[in-house]
Ligand binder design. Sequence first.
Ligand code: ZN
Ligand code: FE
Length: 256
Amino acid sequence: MQVYRLPVLSDNYIFLLHDPDRHTAAVVDPARSHPVLEQLQALGAELTAIFITHHHSDHIGGNQELIDRFPQIKVYGGAEDRGRIPGQQVFLQAGDRVSFANRTAEVFFLPGHTKAHIAYYFPPSNSEIGELFCGDTLFAGGCGRLKEGTPAQMLASLGQLRNLPDSTRVWCAHEYTLNNLQFALSVDGDNPDLQQRFAKVKEARSRSQPTIPSSIGLEKSTNPFLRWDFPSIQSAANTSDPVQTFARLRGMKDQF
Ligand code: ZN
Ligand code: FE
């Protein structure tokens, strides 16, 4: 399974999964249809599945056109998103499994950014690395805003992702990394891993290079929203309570 990263809108990424053996593809969060159709044409592949993480328009905007073009397609999304995702046929819950190519993804239920948000995790298999498609829950260097969920929910959701293997590639849906790391430095400035990452990301963005995918290991060492139990982060938030730490950090970022 090959993953293609398709930039769209001002800072979104669509991810296209390609199965070169079967000449099929699946797409995660198609904000628009045209980049997907172009990539399918370049690969000579047929689209068989749409995997949606949550109902926001910058994640589902291309659904209808893709369904019109590929009537046999299957549209997956969270069970709690019923009625909010165009064409949704499969209503997923925590622990459900979905297959594409020779891989099977596990579904994580991750309320916080929205009440229905899910992620798709393909564990490593044979020579292939683990892949996480986490929408707007975990970002490179940050996390999604709490639009429909509570800090406690988001903390539990991020906690699930933090338990994945360090090598897992993190495919998040927005290129927010530079701004996220600027905020991270304001609360965790003495963290040498963070300083190093910031320098790399700054350089990459100055050349308009993408910073996605990240990895769980890198996020654990540099993303303040995965470090609610570290003394440096707790002291920046002026509390030692994990939920309070997370809530204050999220509040500070909202104002940043
Ligand atoms: Zn969103
Ligand atoms: Fe989004």
